[in-house]
Ligand binder design. Structure first.
Ligand code: UFG
Length: 336
């Protein structure tokens, strides 16, 4: 057991076979924690789970399996990544999002409470803000999601608040901005088929998987007219989870909701310029109309996370993010 970390038990990582979850598993193992992954492998891959972790193939709403796993592995903390993440799909199939994100998390929380798990870390999202009232956006700014994905996560934040007030459990909800990049050691990366995220799409174009990259909107109220986002390296984000866990253990009576970003934005054109520089190519850009529901700019005010955690970003450089994403994409291409 991970006594050296003060946890006195294992960490359960739901969605640990997915993109961000698999990086959190690596960060936990590298920090000396013991990990059990619960993943239904619908979008994740068993090969993405580091062999030092135990993989339980199950749905998080399967309370019998989840509760037995908590008991068998003496789980003392849950990092919850499992869920559905495609914003346009949430618009066309909202009930899938309220099932997989909100209702499934309700089941997981019940298992956690009944089995007495004291700490819970939740993958929340900048989509909880909707169109932010200001940039950079702060945690106590209004949360008015503009799609069911964001609402499904905001509803979970509300459940966490109520559950932590009623039961001996504390939580940290991390509101992710735009997660990109891959493990610098090449152990994991974004492997999703049919991804919609800009940096993933751009490195797919760089490796010949796509002919061009569409630029959605050139008339936003931003310096160059294209959308601005706060891109955070997935390994920095994974490290923030480990740091958040340590905070929850150190102060069991306190819970936190924190933006996870770098407090600086890049436009679509700036991202594609970085991809061109890193690849030494000129990837074709197709300028198109705006994508439905895209805010002009979304950047994290990260003062709160920097104040709460000893965590500091280590890979907060756009070219580093692109380089790591590209290295993983090349690995995937070799694998075929
Ligand atoms: N974009 C393009 N072309 C593409 C893909 C994206 O121009 O092929 C643009 C988008 O219009 C946007 C920016 O690149 O301006 C980033 O788009 P992504 O699809 O990479 O990411 P989003 O900002 O739309 O979404 C992210 C997370 C979501 C989260 C959302 C919060 O991926 O999970 O932020 O608003 F909900």
């Amino acid at each position: 057991m991970a006594l050296q970390n003060g946890l006195n038990g294992k960490v359960m990582v739901t969605g640990g076979a997915g993109y961000i979850g698999s990086h959190a598993v690596l960060a936990l193992l590298d920090a000396g924690y013991e990990v059990v992954v619960v993943d239904n492998l619908v979008t994740g891959f068993d090969w993405a789970v580091d062999p030092r972790a135990t993989l339980v193939t199950a749905a998080i709403e399967d309370e019998a399996v989840v509760r037995a796993t908590i008991r068998d592995h003496q789980v003392r903390a849950i990092m919850h990544f499992a869920g559905s993440v495609v914003v346009p799909e949430s618009v066309s199939d909202p009930l899938k999002y309220y099932r997989n994100n909100t209702a499934a998390t309700r089941s997981l929380l019940e298992s956690a409470v009944v089995e007495g798990v004291p700490h819970f870390i939740f993958s929340s999202t900048a989509a909880t803000y909707g169109t932010p009232v200001k940039v950079p956006v702060q945690e106590n700014d209004p949360t008015v999601p503009i799609n069911p994905y964001g609402m499904s996560k905001l509803m979970t934040e509300a459940m966490l608040r109520d559950v932590a007030a009623a039961h001996p459990i504390n939580y940290c909800a991390l509101r992710y901005f735009n997660v990109a990049g891959a493990d610098p050691q090449g152990r994991s990366g974004q492997s999703t088929v049919g991804a919609t995220h800009l940096i993933k799409i751009a490195v797919e174009a760089a490796t010949g998987k796509r002919a061009a990259v569409s630029v959605f909107g050139t008339d936003f109220d931003t310096p160059d007219g294209t959308g601005v986002r706060d891109y955070i390296h997935v390994s920095d984000l994974a490290a923030a989870h480990v740091s958040a866990l340590e905070l929850l253990v150190a102060e069991p009576s306190k819970s936190h909701t924190l933006n996870a970003g770098y407090n600086r934005g890049f436009s679509v054109n700036e991202v594609l310029d970085a991809v061109d520089r890193v690849t030494n190519m000129t990837i074709e850009r197709r300028y198109e109309g705006r994508r439905a529901g895209d805010p002009a700019a979304l950047v994290a005010d990260n003062a709160a996370i920097l104040a709460a955690l000893p965590w500091r970003p280590e890979r907060d450089d756009l070219e580093t993010i692109v380089k790591d994403a590209l290295a993983w994409e090349r690995k995937l291409a070799e694998r075929g």
